[in-house]
Design a protein around this ligand. Sequence first.
Ligand code: PGA
Length: 313
Amino acid sequence: MMMMSFTNTTSTSASSSQLASSQRITMRGGQASNNLVKMRAQHAFARENRRHASSLVVCAGTGKFVVGGNWKCNGTKDSIDKLCASLNSGKITADVEVICAPPMVYIDRVQSKLKAPYQIAAQNCWVSKGGAFTGEVSAEMLKDANIPWVILGHSERRSLCGETNEFVGLKTKYALDTGVKVVACIGESLAQREAGDTLNVCFAQLKAIVDCVTEKDWENIIIAYEPVWAIGTGKVATPDQAQEVHAGVRKWMSENVSPDVASKVRIQYGGSVNAGNCDELATKPDIDGFLVGGASLDGEAFVKICNSAAHSK
Ligand code: PGA
């Protein structure tokens, strides 16, 4: 496990002034100005990264590599049967835990088809006991249906369904208390990243969970760091960008929960992970796995991503 320290103050002020000047440029209007804004933001960002990279002493996680496949709202009976067959015929040779999250309506079907080592997750569940909540699925139902995991706080649910940090915290606690393990997603938008707020956004999202759960609950939580700008865009975070945030998250966990939890909690990276970029990302000491969207719909690619665990340090 690598311990790390940051000097955050200078980077934040540099980014704020960068943002202020970006706003001035935007006000002058036009496509050229927009491009200039983007370029300047990228340069500020690169400067910030270099400063952080040189001031980081990191400490790697100690948990088993874990890869999740988030199938989102995709598939038909036919395509899902083919995907299950492809996953079952792939050879997972690395030491890795694998969790697939099919759409709710197909979970039963997938559960009856996928063989070990594949485990199943739901993509969401309700914040409290079931009842008059049309369209929702309760944690009790997941438990009853032998679904061991649930993904909570995915950025698509935060942005499209209005889930707040506090709501995600409450959902996490309720699922855990019901006996369902949680993949808890965090991550910043592009605007937040360009404003230098990446870590603060992630910490606020984590704090809302920490405020609801006990130290022991962390045995059953995986953190998925998924920068919103990298999700489904083909624009993957560089291994250094991902490592930097993972290390920051682990340090925050060490200071705000405990060093023991910080070293054991698994932090997945998610956002445009594919068969071509997974091996390099997996070498980063604080990346303990992946949460994969698009590429998890391709059995062969997903098996390759699972096997990238062999490159983990
Ligand atoms: P992506 O999605 O791999 O398609 O970028 C990741 C996710 O949303 O979990």
